[in-house]
Design a protein around this ligand. Structure first.
Ligand code: TNX
Length: 514
């Protein structure tokens, strides 16, 4: 080798080493490689970085954003007394001229010096804050910046929710609040509470004290049950409102009513009280549908419930009334609809209610029968999609899952994610109001159990409800979800470590509390 080629070789090595050094010391700054769930509508990366290793201050530009600023400052532990001119400011602003015309839309602009979240309503700013929180790295030893760029975002469906069954097993107010936090962090906006069923009545009705004196004392197994006082229910409603979540209370009728039938004998056609029920069978109970006593009862219950429910909806159940004659069932649903509407609310029912002659303003929740949903949609009713084969959070992940049921399907993370509410039943696009993932709790007894069934699938349902179909894909979702392992770990969420996902965690997956 002559002297020139030796120097050339050294030069090549030096060059190669400096490229390697540049690659390892300069982490990527591409906002499109984010981990946001649900995936935003549009992302434009600008290639720079907002450094987190400096004094960051949050600025609410109008009073109506003070609470959201407070929430963000608490979440990331920074102060609130910044000005719009300052470097390192995170600015929250309302601007009704530049943002998409939608209460839930927001624009998140990340520049080298500042971050700005703009929306036409505070709700949009709150949702933008959720995206920002997911962009902040939790392992500051790995990265300490956010890539710069712009996110323009708004939801596909207006209704994005989950249901919690507090009847089969009762859950305390604090558990419900934690559940609300989960939903808010994934931009969901509805919590449907299944308040009554055969196994227990869970809401105080002042004109009918026996519902809670008797009907609230049982649950599946040998637990002691429980109920929410009206004050506690209002506390849940207010807490949810602070996170832009609407509570939808459900009183399931005319079936699934054993707890009420045990409390008030006159609700039975034979006038005899029923025994409290602690099993898991369905479809054996019914209110007496041809008795006026029943309608006086329902009127009082719905009246009291409507008075403490600021949201527009009351859910009346209507599922699996196997011992109610079909003609009695239809008669009952039509009468109940009139009562709900008299109290100023819109009725939602499980898909069986479509068999009645119900108003086009009522809403049908499809869980089982696509035919019922199609029938309702043809009459112009809106549909909430909760197909049990895809969206039931109480279905087991695989045959080894200890908790849950398997009657509809096994629902691994990909099976729960890979469907489109618009096309799964061939319903026309504008028929679908949104999506809801219900958690029935026959086998679920604790917050740990809840978390295990809900996480990670809830993130997928949130994405199905929010993100346009064309930005969704399993490879992208799988990769973003992996990074949420670290969030679940930090929040001490007992999640299912699906083998389909390469979880990013500080501590390697430990024993599962399955
Ligand atoms: C069916 S879904 C039910 C519930 C059960 C659930 C268990 C629906 C409207 N009715 O009563 O808890 O299956 O997966």
């Amino acid at each position: 080798m002559n002297i020139t080629s030796k120097y050339t070789a050294v030069g090549v090595i030096v060059m190669w080493m400096s490229i390697m050094y540049a690659c390892t010391s300069t982490p990527p700054t591409n906002l499109t490689e984010h981990q946001i769930i649900p995936h935003p509508v549009e992302i434009i990366a600008t290639g720079g970085r907002f450094d987190l290793n400096r004094q960051i201050k949050i600025v609410a530009t109008t009073k109506e954003l003070n609470d959201i600023a407070g929430f963000l400052s608490q979440a990331i532990g920074v102060s609130l007394d910044g000005t719009e001119q300052e470097h390192g400011a995170v600015i929250l602003a309302i601007d009704r001229t530049t943002t998409p015309d939608h209460a839930e839309a927001y624009i998140l602009e990340i520049k080298e010096e500042q971050i700005r979240i703009t929306a036409s309503e505070p709700q949009g700013v709150f949702l933008g804050v959720q995206s920002l929180l997911q962009l902040i790295p939790y392992d500051s030893d790995i990265t300490s910046f956010i890539p710069t760029g712009n996110i323009i975002d708004y939801p596909r469906y207006s209704y994005r929710g989950s249901m919690l069954d507090v009847s089969r097993h009762f859950f305390a107010v604090e558990d419900v609040k934690r559940y609300i936090d989960f939903l808010a962090s994934y931009k969901m906006n509805v919590l449907h509470l299944h308040l009554t069923d055969d196994q227990g009545w869970r809401i105080e009705i002042k004109s009918r004290p026996k519902l809670t004196e008797i009907g609230a004392t049982s649950e599946v197994g040998d637990g002691k049950g429980g109920y929410y006082t009206q004050e506690q229910f209002k506390e849940i409603v207010d807490y949810a409102a602070g996170k832009y979540i609407t509570i939808i209370p459900e009183i399931d009728m005319p079936g699934h009513t054993q707890a009420a039938l045990a409390s008030y004998p006159e609700l039975n056609c034979d006038g005899q009280p029923r025994e409290l029920y602690r099993g898991t069978e369905v479809g054996f109970s019914t209110l007496c549908t041809r008795s006026e006593v029943t309608y006086e009862f329902v009127d009082e219950v719905i009246g009291e419930l409507a008075a403490i429910t600021p949201g527009p909806y009351i859910h009346i159940g209507g599922d699996e009334s196997h011992v109610t004659k079909p003609e009695d069932y239809v008669y009952f649903i039509e009468r109940i609809q009139a009562i709900v509407s008299k109290h100023g609310k819109t009725m939602i029912g499980w898909d069986e209610v479509a068999r009645g002659d119900i108003a086009s303003t009522s809403i049908v929740q499809q869980w089982n029968s696509a035919g019922n949903a199609q029938f309702a949609a043809d009459k112009g009713l809106k549909i909430i999609m909760s197909p049990a084969t895809r969206a039931y959070l109480d279905m087991k992940y695989d045959s080894t899952t200890r908790l849950g049921l398997a009657w509809a399907s096994l629902i691994e993370v990909d099976h729960g994610y890979l469907w489109d509410p618009d096309t799964i039943n061939l319903l026309q696009e504008d028929a679908i109001l949104g999506i809801e993932a219900p958690l029935w709790t026959e086998t679920i007894e604790s917050m740990d159990d809840i978390e295990y069934m809900v996480f990670p699938r809830i993130a997928g349902y949130a994405e199905i409800g929010w993100s346009p179909q064309h930005v969704r894909s399993w490879p992208s979702y799988r990769q973003r979800l992996a990074a949420h392992g670290r969030i679940f770990e930090r929040e001490q969420i007992n999640f299912y470590r699906s083998p389909l996902v390469d979880w990013v965690m500080k501590n390697k997956p430990t024993a599962l509390k399955n």
